[in-house]
Ligand binder design. Structure first.
Ligand SMILES: NC(=O)c1ccc[n+]([C@@H]2O[C@H](COP(=O)([O-])OP(=O)(O)OC[C@H]3O[C@@H](n4cnc5c(N)ncnc54)[C@H](O)[C@@H]3O)[C@@H](O)[C@H]2O)c1
Length: 341
């Protein structure tokens, strides 16, 4: 059975998601599309083949008048909370782009609302379904106990209007991927955070575009992270460069000579390379393809998604804990931010 979906937000990422993922999905067909910019709406709807009658500039009107099962929120991040809340109140299942919302209290409220309404609430942490990340995870299981993790990300980003004025810009827009990867790869939540965020002179951003954090996971593993969206010069790929030190060798997501990918180096310095193409998923199952399949499957069977809103509270709480630690100079405890379980 094909499910009917309303997508809200057809900006740069939203339209790409619509064209390359939702339109190609066997699980969903469009009940409607919503975009507050009418010219953009018209242009995108024409390319997507969505009839004018199913196009809206107001998400409340779309939710009330479309016959739909679910909503995919791809609007700019500051609007995620209001749109998710309205969709859940209307009885619609919700998939929302990262960052879930900007405030941990609002995230807890939405998780509770979805529970009350018995609706699926899921956050598109699409990196969990990418070959590099899946190959890293498999390599960890082969190299013995992880001892520590180091990850770094550098990029010189020209911020969108909403990003330029957002609090915690780097944390919520970008580090959210890496912190979620840490939790997924290490199969552990983040127990403590000691972090620092900062700006640079002449920056276009109000929220800090740089972050450095030391974390200790629930399983005792130390993790060191450095990220920047204002780094001119050499960039890393979006997933960043990683070293996962294990008992029997080191695992890397990096370019160690054969291109960017996963490298496994044993005690004798033998190096094995796993390219993107050699990862477990074919192209048509990567990233958001698999996110949409999981969303459809969970709507049908009612089970909790692996990337549920509830799971994402632990990612979001860690990010807010980075910011608070920077502000107060204290060690912070992500779990203490979560008010609904
Ligand atoms: N998972 C990923 O890899 C990934 C990558 C890029 C962006 N994103 C996320 O996707 C979201 C959108 O990013 P983007 O790059 O498309 O931003 P964008 O600024 O290009 O587009 C945002 C769009 O949302 C629309 N919008 C804002 N409020 C709206 C409302 N109330 N109703 C309908 N439309 C509304 C705007 O008009 C705009 O067209 C952000 O949350 C971003 O963090 C995720």
């Amino acid at each position: 059975m094909t499910l009917k979906i309303i997508q809200v937000g057809l900006g740069m990422h939203g339209f790409g998601v619509a064209l390359h993922y939702v339109k190609k999905s066997d699980d969903f067909t469009y009940a409607g599309v919503v975009e507050i910019n009418p010219a953009r709406l018209k242009e995108c709807a024409a390319e997507l083949g969505v009839a004018e009658a199913n196009c809206y500039t107001d998400y409340l009107e779309a939710f009330a008048s479309c016959e739909a099962d679910a909503v995919f929120v791809t609007a700019a991040s500051p609007y995620h909370y209001a749109i998710c809340k309205a969709a859940l109140e209307q009885g619609l299942h919700v998939l929302v782009e990262k960052p879930f919302v900007l405030d941990i209290g609002e995230a807890c409220e939405l998780v509770e609302l979805a529970k009350q309404k018995q609706l699926i609430l899921m956050v598109s942490q699409n990196y969990r379904y990418q070959n590099h990340v899946l190959s890293l995870k498999k390599a960890i299981s082969e190299m013995g106990k992880p001892l520590f993790v180091q990850a770094q990300f550098f990029y010189d980003h020209f911020g969108k209007d909403y990003q330029q004025v957002m609090e915690n810009f780097m944390l919520l827009e970008m580090a959210v991927h890496h912190v979620d990867m840490i939790r997924y790869l290490m199969e552990s939540d983040i127990r403590t955070v000691s972090g620092k965020t900062w700006n640079i002179e002449g920056s276009m951003y109000k929220g800090h575009p740089n972050v450095q954090a030391s974390m200790e996971l629930d399983n005792g593993i130390p993790v060191f992270y450095l990220g920047s969206l204002v780094s001119k010069g050499l960039s890393t790929p979006w997933e960043g460069d990683w070293r996962i030190q294990c008992e029997n060798g080191s695992i890397h997501l990096d370019d160690l000579g054969q291109g960017y990918g996963v490298y496994i180096v044993d005690q004798e310095q033998n190096k094995r390379f796993i390219s993107y193409a050699d990862g477990p998923l074919p192209d048509d199952k990567q990233g958001i393809h698999s996110v949409l399949s999981e969303f459809a499957a969970r709507i049908k069977d009612g089970a909790e998604p692996t990337i549920s809103g509830r799971d994402n509270l632990r990612t979001l709480a860690a990010l807010i804990a980075f910011s608070d630690s920077s502000r107060t100079g204290e060690v912070t405890y992500p779990e203490s931010y979560i008010v609904s379980k």
